[in-house]
Design a binder for this molecule. Structure first.
Ligand SMILES: Nc1ncnc2c1ncn2[C@@H]1O[C@H](COP(=O)(O)OP(=O)(O)O)[C@@H](O)[C@H]1O
Ligand SMILES: [Mg+2]
Length: 300
């Protein structure tokens, strides 16, 4: 499951909630973040030190990892290069590290391939078990799309050999909606809705498929009825005035979101689910459980 969308709309939050839901439903689930990121364990209430590449169990059936391109490339090389001693020589060479750092798209290729590997029954390292569900917290729109496109680019460039063969396996899975869900996260505002609809088009060009699900996040539900608005306006006590103003703003926001949500639904090629804007100071395990519950109800 690949989660992408405009920056700041709640991708990481939704990815964590989807992983929690998957684990609750009995799937051996792992949430994967990209190199340098480690937010999901904390969101789920189990902050971990998290050495890159390590797979850590947060709670029964729920795991988290931060993808480590250099480590993943070494694991992959271990599969295709024989004898093993040669792999170790290669890994220690500068050319090897240089590939991930310098070749265009190499980090992306290795990262998406590693995410693919987490769901394989033959894992690259002995003793590792496959995951039933891998939730990848992918980067924002343009970079997210780049990540999804890279395996095809490498398959085209390499044409034959182990890199092309491996890249093709990843392309196959990404292109198949039955084996890979692509979740687009948006908020119900003009620009995020535009960007989501555009992302949907680009996805069709890049992978020949659409999104599996669109999540409209941060929805304000308290739209007031005409009568409630009159009542609020009529409450003239001094303390009521700021409350009335706050309610009015909230009402205006809800009305605006409704219009954008309608636009999103009209253009969407996948079901659109909504998640509420949760009040409070930052999100933690309780809020994530609430969001997972909402997703579960709407997806069942
Ligand atoms: N449903 C929600 N209710 C309240 N706050 C939210 C909600 N979803 C996300 N946030 C907050 O919005 C901010 C951006 O969310 P995040 O998941 O980091 O977005 P992204 O990964 O797309 O950049 C964070 O501070 C997060 O806590
Ligand atoms: Mg994020």
């Amino acid at each position: 499951m690949v989660v992408t969308g405009k920056g700041g709309v709640g991708k990481t939050t939704v990815a964590a909630a989807l992983a929690l839901l998957g684990a609750r439903e009995g799937r051996r689930t792992i949430a994967a973040e990209l190199s340098g990121q480690r937010r999901i364990p904390g969101l789920l209430g189990h902050p971990t030190a998290g050495a890159p590449g390590r797979e850590e169990e947060l709670s029964p059936g729920l795991w988290a990892t931060t993808l480590d391109p250099e480590g993943a490339l070494a694991e992959w090389a271990g599969q295709v290069v024989r004898p093993r001693a040669l792999v170790e020589l290669a890994v220690r060479s500068r050319a090897f590290a240089g590939f991930v750092q310098a070749a265009p798209g190499a980090r992306e290729l290795v990262s998406i391939t590693k995410a693919w590997e987490l769901g394989r029954s033959e894992r690259w390292l002995p003793g590792r078990r496959r995951f039933d569900l891998v939730v990848l917290d992918a980067p924002a729109s343009g970079h997210g799309l780049g990540l999804l496109r890279t395996p095809q680019t490498y398959a085209d460039i390499a044409r034959v050999g182990p890199v092309a063969g491996q890249a093709r396996l990843v392309v196959e899975q990404l292109s198949d909606p039955a084996r890979c869900a692509i979740v687009l996260v948006a908020t119900a505002e003009e620009t995020p809705v535009n960007e989501t609809l555009e992302l949907q088009e680009r996805l069709a060009e890049v992978l020949g498929r659409g999104p599996s699900l669109i999540v409209a996040n941060g929805i304000v539900r308290e739209r007031l009825s005409a009568r409630e608005r009159e009542e609020v306006a009529g409450a003239s006590a001094a303390v009521a005035a700021p409350v009335a103003r706050a309610l009015d703003v909230r009402h205006a926001r809800a009305a605006l979101q409704e219009a954008q949500l309608r636009r999103l639904r009209r253009g969407a090629a996948a079901p659109v689910l909504t998640l509420p804007l949760l009040a409070g100071h930052g999100l933690g395990p309780d809020e994530l459980a609430t969001l997972a519950g909402e997703l579960g109800r709407r997806l069942s």
